[in-house]
Design a protein around this ligand. Structure first.
Ligand code: KIV
Length: 265
């Protein structure tokens, strides 16, 4: 069972070299099940646009959608740290960013996640100085899917890898409390995690980061697409969904997930 996880818990886990498990949750029932399985961080992600609403990207997700699902997760939560995504175009100006981040915090979020590199540095400073913790999401950033040309691995060439590392360091210096890296080579993720003092969470980024995150539907083998980094934990579970979630936590903590076949390099 998860109990009262804070940013400091995760920071201390990083310092001890102890892995933590994160997953997306969009409703109260699953939030409760995740806590029973010992998951430390729940993300109410804008991936809900794809896995719940049936869109082919996260772009149609609105602030109202995020608030509704964050409130549901908050009701079912039993001690995990709650993170919520600021959806597409909800942090384009300073006033909008502050208003929308405050709405997510009032709905139950304890940290907000936003996608981007250097361009979100000032936004990160703005939020953290006002008491709103920030997780920066780098690498594959699904809200920029039209600019990057599809769901593809980022940071493969040395120049791109160096930009991601430099921008991650910049965001940490601007007050980011956490970093999430998606679909980047394992070696780059390892370097980023070693260079930053804040916890680094990975999805499709290999095992050498501080925490792993999965989209719930992927972990249960029912996601709309199955990227290389996905493992179906339901097939190996002895007691259905609670067992699958427990298997995920166990695999993250013992370092058996992600394995070589789930990594890019
Ligand atoms: O929205 C989401 O679920 C995410 C995950 C891909 C980490 O950002």
């Amino acid at each position: 069972m998860t109990t009262d996880i804070t940013l400091y818990t995760l920071q201390a886990m990083k310092e001890r070299g102890e892995k933590f498990a994160c997953i997306t949750a969009y409703d109260a029932l699953f939030a409760g099940l995740c806590c029973e399985a010992g998951i430390e961080l729940l993300l109410t992600g804008d991936s809900l646009g794809m896995v719940l609403q049936g869109h082919d990207s996260t772009l149609p997700v609105t602030m109202d959608d995020m608030i509704y699902h964050m409130q549901c997760v908050k009701r079912g939560n039993r001690g995990a740290l709650l993170m919520a995504d600021l959806p597409f175009m909800s942090y384009a100006s300073e006033v909008q960013t502050l208003e929308n981040a405050a709405k997510l915090m009032r709905a139950g979020a304890q940290i907000v996640k936003l996608e981007g590199g250097a361009w979100i540095a000032e936004t990160t400073r703005l939020l953290t100085e006002r008491g709103i913790p920030v997780c920066a999401h780098m690498g594959l950033t699904p809200q920029s899917i039209n600019r990057i040309g599809g769901f593809r691995v980022q940071g493969r060439d040395p120049a791109a890898a160096n930009t991601i590392l430099e921008e991650a360091l910049l965001l940490e210096s601007c007050g980011a409390n956490m970093l999430l890296v998606e679909c980047i080579p394992r070696s780059l993720a390892k370097k980023i995690s070693a260079s930053l003092s804040i916890p680094v969470i990975g999805i499709g980024a290999g095992p050498d980061v501080d925490g792993q995150i999965m989209v719930m539907h992927d972990a249960l083998g029912i996601g709309p697409i199955t990227p290389r980094f996905v493992r179906n934990f339901l097939t190996e579970a002895v007691d259905g969904i609670p067992g699958a979630l427990a298997a995920y936590v166990h695999a993250v903590k013992t370092g058996t997930f992600p394995a070589a076949q789930h990594c890019y390099d």
